[in-house]
Design a protein around this ligand. Structure first.
Ligand code: DP6
Length: 346
């Protein structure tokens, strides 16, 4: 190992789960399998530079300004230094930016840890002289991303991916996500996501605290069984192009996630009155127009309205006419299923 500075730069998208990861078994291992797709327009760009020194001290800049997220990254590097031994021999200069505003209420930990893990994996492969083009590259990046934030492990692939042990794929375990590349019905290649920003205020309960409340949750076992059943049903819907089944599973998962929060001890409610108003309007619109739209929700009050490319004009008109009035300052993000991470030139 020489002290030569190395550098890597990646763009990594955020993702939205359709079957939700909620609850952990061990350190950063999921209680149940989850399935998500990456977004096209909501991403983080990160560059990592190795600087001579030791003790993996981190200088972190967000949008060009020094930022205390560096402390969380130092802890993260501590955790992963058992896997990447060279980490202890350098200090780090990291620059990061998001394509979406911080206040948008989009979970940025998935795209941030995804981008950081891709940079670290590139450096790791370069230092050990390994080729970056095999599937082991993205698997390693996915594993490292998971150690920072569970959902981040699903951000390193294009399109749909799945994480956590399931009977669907033997190759799918708790360490890294795998991409769902084959057999997905063409309907879903044009999946669109209108992210309706209801409230950008700080969350009452963090995701980490929410995950912990699943340990002793009264519905712990039934939630695990439900997630397995839903992932089987959703995968089948993705293969066969069964949009009615897709809608059924996706809404059931979103509402179950929030039901888990409402029935945990202590309980908490992240949905706002406007979230509920939007949900009921989406359902009424679907009934009335027969256009296959549905919603999903993260651990927050914002609503992701999912729809298909061919209905873009009708759905956007509906959003503008009926939903924006329930969004904070009328804000929303026009997004769609994305092509995955991208290695950037310096
Ligand atoms: C509701 O990945 O943010 O978005 O592993 O503690 O960082 P940590 O949790 P995080 O949890 C995401 C939960 C979710 C559902 C999902 O993305 O599957």
């Amino acid at each position: 190992m020489t002290g030569t500075a190395k550098r890597a730069r990646w763009r990594c998208p955020s993702n939205i789960a359709l079957v939700k990861y909620w609850g952990k078994r061990n350190f950063q291992k999921p209680m149940n399998p989850s399935l998500s797709f990456v977004l096209g327009n909501s991403f983080t760009e990160t560059s990592v530079e190795l600087v001579k020194g030791s003790e993996h001290k981190v200088e972190f800049f967000f949008d060009g300004l020094a930022n205390n997220f560096g402390e969380r990254i130092e802890k993260y590097l501590d955790h992963i230094s058992a896997r990447l031994h060279w980490i202890d021999k350098f200090n780090f200069r990291i620059h990061s930016r998001n394509s979406f505003p911080h206040s948008a209420g989009i979970a940025s930990s998935a795209s941030s840890f995804g981008a950081l893990a891709l940079c670290l994996t590139e450096i790791d492969f370069a230092l050990s002289g390994k080729e970056m083009n095999g599937s082991d590259f993205l698997q390693k990046a996915s594993d490292l991303a998971r150690m920072g934030s569970g959902s981040a492990c699903r951000s390193v692939y294009p399109g749909f991916s799945i994480w956590g042990s399931t009977q669907l794929f033997e190759s799918c375990g708790d360490e890294f996500a795998i991409p769902l590349t084959e057999g997905i019905h063409p309907f879903f290649s044009g999946l669109r996501d209108a992210i309706l920003l209801v409230d950008s205020g700080a969350k009452e309960v963090s995701s980490s605290a929410g995950h912990r409340l699943m340990d002793e949750h009264l519905y712990h076992r039934s939630r695990i069984a439900q997630a397995h059943e839903n992932i089987n049903r959703l995968y089948l819907a993705l293969l066969t192009g069964d949009r009615a089944k897709f809608i059924d599973v996706v809404e059931n998962e979103a509402l179950s996630l929030h039901a888990m929060m409402m029935t945990s001890n202590p309980s908490f409610i992240l949905l706002k009155p406007n979230s509920l108003e939007i949900i009921s309007r989406i359902r009424r619109f679907r009934e009335r127009s027969k256009i296959p739209v549905c919603f999903t929700i993260d651990a927050g009050p914002n609503i992701h309205l999912l729809y298909f490319q061919e209905h873009e004009l009708d759905v956007k008109a509906f959003v503008e006419r009926e939903l924006l009035v329930f969004c904070e300052n009328g804000k929303w993000i026009d997004d769609q299923i994305g092509a995955g991470p991208e290695r950037l030139k310096d």
